[in-house]
Design a protein around this ligand. Structure first.
Ligand code: PEP
Ligand code: MN
Length: 252
């Protein structure tokens, strides 16, 4: 999955909401040359009493949406039980979220559930700027035999109002690349920016740093999204964003 010289391009909603919603978004993305269709099923919300994901019921909706456009699908897992349910439904790729990467017990539980399973996994950076913690999660997966692993750079949280929802601190993914040169790094401008108007510039910056791909949240009616409404863009806007990116070739 990640052993490619092409950019890894991932799009789809923050959360899977309904069967129709995820299918409509997938249809909007069918000519976008996606590597993966994303959709959150279990949502790690900061405060309780907000939408926490549709749960298990949404797994077949996500899978069917991906199949309708011939694109493999990915969702976030935070515990062993999520892994088992995702495996049963034929989810193709898993990712570990930023709030889970910080917790070695949770990462180990996920790794244990993946023992003997041949499945690609993406690891988001921990919410705090700690490259060792990020590497540790990757190492826990490698140790159980997972071979196809990518990292996702989604920025780091800090106190107070900032331009970015999560400060990019580009030096951290650069350090990860130096210390683990074989690991592809996918940038997630949606969770870095927390707003639409900065997405293009942050995506371009990741390309300029020669990062390996992008994960961008897309929704057919972003303003009505059940989570992360401010940062999601429509499939049409997403396609234009990707087309407008400049891939600068090193001078020879
Ligand atoms: C997400 O991708 O929707 C998500 C919850 O991301 P993060 O773990 O980066 O906050
Ligand atoms: Mn989100």
């Amino acid at each position: 999955m990640f052993n490619t010289n092409h950019k890894i391009i991932i799009a789809g909603p923050c959360s899977v909401e309904t069967e129709e919603q995820v299918m409509t978004i997938a249809q909007g993305l069918k000519d976008a040359n996606l590597t993966l269709l994303r959709g959150g099923i279990w949502k790690p919300r900061t405060r309780p009493n907000s939408f926490e994901g549709v749960g298990e019921e949404g797994l077949p909706w996500l899978k069917a949406a991906g199949e309708s456009i011939n694109v493999p699908v990915t969702t976030e897992v935070a515990k062993g039980e999520h892994v088992e349910k995702a495996l049963k439904t034929g989810i193709d790729v898993l990712w570990i979220g930023a709030r889970t990467t910080v917790n070695p017990f949770a990462v180990q539980e996920i790794a244990d559930a993946l023992k003997g399973v041949d499945m690609p996994v993406m690891v988001k950076n921990p919410v705090n700027p700690d490259v060792d913690l990020w590497m540790g999660a990757i190492e826990r997966l490698s140790a159980v035999g997972i071979k196809d692993i990518a990292a996702i750079h989604r920025g780091f949280s800090s106190y107070g109002q900032q331009v970015y929802r999560n400060t990019p601190m580009w030096e951290l993914p650069i350090e990860l690349k130096v210390r683990m040169p074989e690991i592809k790094i996918i940038c997630d401008p949606s969770h870095i920016c927390g707003r639409k108007d900065l997405l293009q510039a942050v995506a371009q910056k990741s390309y300029d740093l020669d990062m390996d791909g992008l994960m961008i949240e897309t929704h057919h009616i972003p303003d009505e999204a059940w989570s992360d409404a401010q940062q999601q863009i429509t499939p049409e806007v997403f396609k234009k964003l990707i087309t407008d990116l400049v891939v600068r070739k090193p001078e020879t």
